[in-house]
Ligand binder design. Structure first.
Ligand code: NAD
Length: 434
């Protein structure tokens, strides 16, 4: 099948590369010339394990192409995937201007019947709007079908997820169009769930809202566990053994971030509000998360009083491990608040530093190694559970820091392990160690 993918961010590039890997001829289009130039040379503009190798392999196999030209990219294709961003507007609703532009680009360049597949996360009703807009813009003899195919990959393991996902959701009003998209996806060997367009759009928001709820729920349990002297790790393990609950997404920490959960939860409360429905549960989830992102600062203030003049090391800046994505990372809120309070912030991340420099306060100092970040620090905040941090020899905290006081926002170490070192250790939902 000849396919083109509009937008080569985390979703578009992984989709394009994976579709070419299962045998389709794929042209990826992006308006960012620097990105396209890099990708043509087999260089991935984003950090995703395994992506670059797969890109190179399929470019060499002659199945994967990159261009900035919509005209060139849409030539002779049967199916066009839209994977442009849908960032949040000031009121929390989704900004659909990139989607609209992509639709206009499609309408201006196609010359034959087409199936447009929306991968981007869009509010319920958007795919019907896309179809109406396309029909109003293309010549009458061209038949247009629109399919909702929301994406569930996780950044940091997106290539793995694309080949091992739990389900592929196909939302279509036309059975024929659904069949074509089903055939395209069959080689992935993943269960396919077909439904109507609106339900498919809602599945994406409901899934993210549910996962965010699970995170805020366990974080609230963790906060209560701390006060009770219970251990949230044991509580989560005991809960997760119940199949009705499941063990995933029960890791207490400093909350969720990233490009999806924060914006999609807000967008869903907005979708509900537009229908005069007050989605109270989801609003509470968002509120709990906002509080949880700051919890290490509260703990440090309780311990030290003022943080002014303190040298604070931040370990991990990306919103989660194995990605360089800094969107809505807890490190943004935390570093801003620490700098505003007059602390000296020294930060380390194995891959996200270049992106971090664009969004963290300019006073933040970056180091090449964990050891350099810890040098002479009054305290350390662990913000991302990178393996480099989880596997660190705990003696390093003792050797490098002014005083080994660790505020671990991701419960990277077991209490038993930490107890063997002269470290003061504050984590989430577990008893502190002095
Ligand atoms: P992104 O911001 O990383 O990438 C979007 C890309 O689209 C950019 O490279 C941009 O230059 C390009 N673009 C914008 N307008 C264009 C146009 N008219 N023509 C060609 N290219 C254009 O976005 P992302 O993180 O990949 O997310 C894309 C969508 O997928 C969003 O709706 C998001 O909510 C959804 N999603 C993201 C994830 C994730 O983990 N990132 C997971 C599931 C779903």
């Amino acid at each position: 099948m000849k396919i083109s993918v509009v937008g080569t961010g985390y979703v578009g590039l992984v989709t394009g590369v994976s579709l070419s890997h299962i045998g389709h001829y794929v042209t990826c289009i992006d308006i960012d010339e620097t990105k396209v130039e890099k990708m043509r040379q087999g260089i991935s503009p984003i950090y995703e394990p395994g992506l670059e190798e797969l890109m190179k392999e399929n470019i060499q196999a002659g199945r994967l192409f990159f261009t900035t030209s919509h005209q060139e990219g849409f030539r002779d294709v049967d199916v066009i995937y839209i994977a442009v961003g849908t960032p949040e507007k000031e009121d929390g609703s989704a900004n659909l201007s990139y989607i609209e532009q992509a639709v206009r680009d499609i309408a201006a360049n196609i010359t034959k019947d087409i199936i447009v597949v929306t991968k981007s996360t869009v509010p319920v009703g958007t795919n019907h709007y896309i179809k109406e807009l396309l029909i109003s813009l293309v010549p009458k003899h061209i038949n247009v079908e629109v399919v909702s195919n929301p994406e569930f990959l996780r950044e940091g393991s997106s290539v793995y997820d694309t080949f091992h996902g739990d389900r592929i959701v196909i939302g279509a009003d036309s059975e024929e169009a659904a069949k074509v998209i089903e055939e395209i996806n069959k080689p992935f060997g993943i269960p396919i769930f077909k439904t109507d367009i609106k339900s498919a759009e809602m599945i994406k928001y409901a899934s993210n809202a549910f996962l965010a709820t699970k995170i805020s729920f366990i974080n609230e349990i963790a906060n209560i566990c701390e006060k009770l002297g219970a251990d949230v790790e044991s509580v989560a393990r005991g809960m997760g053994m119940d199949k009705r609950i499941g063990s995933m997404f029960l890791n207490a920490g400093i909350g969720y971030g990233g490009s999806c959960f924060p914006k999609d939860t807000k967008a869903l409360t907005q979708i509900a509000a537009n229908l005069d429905h007050n989605f109270e549960l989801l609003k509470a989830v968002i509120k709990v998360n906002n509080h949880q992102q700051r919890i290490l600062i509260d703990k440090a203030r309780e311990r030290f009083g003022s943080l002014t003049g303190k040298r604070i090391a931040l370990l991990g800046l990306a919103f989660k491990p194995n990605t360089d994505d800094m969107r809505e990372a807890a490190s943004i809120v935390i570093s801003k608040e620490l700098i505003a309070e007059g602390a000296k912030v020294v930060a380390y991340d194995p891959v996200a530093v270049e992106n971090a420099k664009k969004v963290l306060p300019q006073e933040v100092i970056y180091t090449e190694s964990i050891e350099d970040a810890l040098e002479n620090a009054d305290m350390v905040f662990i913000l991302t559970e990178w393996s480099q941090i989880k596997e660190l020899d705990l003696n390093i905290y003792v050797q490098k820091m002014k005083q080994p006081i660790v505020f671990d926002g991701r419960n990277c170490y077991s209490i038993n392990e930490v107890q063997q070192y002269p470290i003061e250790y504050h984590s989430i939902g577990r008893k502190p160690i002095y």
